[in-house]
Design a protein around this ligand. Sequence first.
Ligand code: CA
Length: 229
Amino acid sequence: MATVLVVEDEPAISESLAYSLRREGHDVEAAASLADARERADDQDLVILDLMLPDGSGFELLAELRRRERPPAIIILSSRDQEADRVAGLETGADDYVTKPFSPREVVARVRAVLRRTLKSAPASEPAGPGLPLVCDGERRRASVRDQELELTKVEFDLLQHLLAAPGRVYSRAQLIEKIWGDNFAITDRTVDSHVKALRRKLGTAGGDPQWIETVRGVGYRLRERAED
Ligand code: CA
């Protein structure tokens, strides 16, 4: 099914996760340190990452993986359950977060959900129709709500396309800036907010719902997975 790297220094946890994930059909590797994880991180679809490792913080590896051309999906694993870590993890680009103690079944379910989102979103040029009546055709650069075409600027189109690539996934403003503008340091969080505002208005005008793009307080934005919630 997928290649999964479990980065965890507690053998009992690592082994039970690897066992459960293999039983689910995944191709699993394990690493017990950052150094070990770096050697095994190539070609992984998903990395399960403990934050407290003997040679440093999982956040270091998270940042490195995010800079890769094809970053794996990442689920953070930690005994630290403070809100600050959760937010930091999501802002740094983690796809999900599990707090210890957890049951392997819970992690397997999260893995399944994250892979469903990330693997499906890989071919970005496909006209993608999620649970929302929203279609975005990357090749023709056209987007529509129930056949009603949206008149979008380049930035609005790029924004919508990125959100639509992984409905339900939260993107921080920093991630959106990096994806849409690259290394343009003149772009601020406010710029992102104003483009999101314009995009929401156009979704509403075309017969959609401006709230399909949700604000996740203290983190960023995400596209709803379905129209009604
Ligand atoms: Ca640990």
